[in-house]
Design a protein. Structure first.
Length: 266
């Protein structure tokens, strides 16, 4: 991780030196389990030590509440009950947070509690204005696919539960819409590129194991976490766009860190 931190910090310093814009928004994109949060936290610690004011914003913390997603499931498509894809985030909230971080005063950063699948009631609070926003997420900075690419399903989930393509067309349209307004706030983009999509399952299982350990340590029940089989089904929601990102984003990201199966840069 040190090598990754060094390279991302060097990019950030050079990019910030070239512009007076503050806060400077660094986007960090990567598949589930690729190390985005670890990189963001490590980079934030370095920047704070250097005297900068930093906020870390995760796309995951912008998820719509469980009730809001259930409403989408009833009115648009049942698959939208599951968090993850574009269309299941509160983009307006993300824009408001970024606006707030540019102004003096306290700013509430939303937090999503994955153990109960809804937004936490107690947000984190930071004091604005900040110098740097580290904006991380699995599809941060992504662009939509061409319509023709949506025709054929990429996995069993799409074949059996989205046979007419309504879900994936809705997701793609959402990404093409307000998400581009949110992502346009990014001043430099870093991609943690997984070696392939297959490894994402293993990484996501590791995350779920870590969540169980955290819940046990806090004395909370672990029955809300996913089994390995459930993880295999869950990541199919992310497969289409993850593959698209791995194919498309390296050509335009300011920095691509190519990872091996152990998340080491090579």
């Amino acid at each position: 991780m040190t090598a990754s931190l060094d390279r991302v910090e060097a990019l950030l310093q050079a990019a910030m030196a070239a512009t007076s814009k503050r806060p400077f928004v660094l986007g960090i994109c990567g598949a589930q389990g690729s190390g985005k949060s670890t990189l963001s936290d490590g980079l934030a610690a370095r920047l704070v030590a250097a005297g900068l004011r930093v906020a870390v914003l995760s796309l995951d913390d912008l998820y719509l509440t469980k009730a809001e997603r259930q409403d989408l499931a009833r009115t648009v498509h049942p698959l939208l009950a599951t968090r993850g894809v574009p269309g299941t985030h509160d983009v307006a909230l993300g824009l408001a947070v970024l606006d707030g971080l540019a102004q003096p005063g306290p700013v509430s950063l939303p937090r999503f509690d994955k153990a109960v699948d809804t937004r936490a009631t107690e947000p984190a609070v930071v004091e604005g204005p900040v110098d740097v926003v580290l904006f991380e997420g699995w599809c941060v900075g992504a662009v939509p696919q061409e319509a023709a690419a949506l025709a054929d399903p990429v996995n069993d989930l799409e074949r059996t539960r989205d046979g007419d393509g309504r879900w994936r067309y809705y997701v793609n349209a959402a990404l093409a819409g307000d998400y581009q307004r949110l992502f346009s706030r990014i001043d430099a983009l870093v991609l943690l590129a997984a070696p392939n999509f297959t490894i994402v399952r293993d990484w996501r299982i590791e995350q779920e194991e870590g969540l169980r350990r955290t819940l046990r340590a806090a004395g909370r029940p672990t029955d809300t976490t996913m089994t390995d089989e459930q993880v295999s089904g869950f990541i199919q929601f992310y497969e289409r766009l993850t593959r698209h990102i791995l194919a498309e984003m390296p050509g335009r990201a300011e920095l691509t860190l190519n990872l091996n199966e152990k998340r080491q840069v090579h």
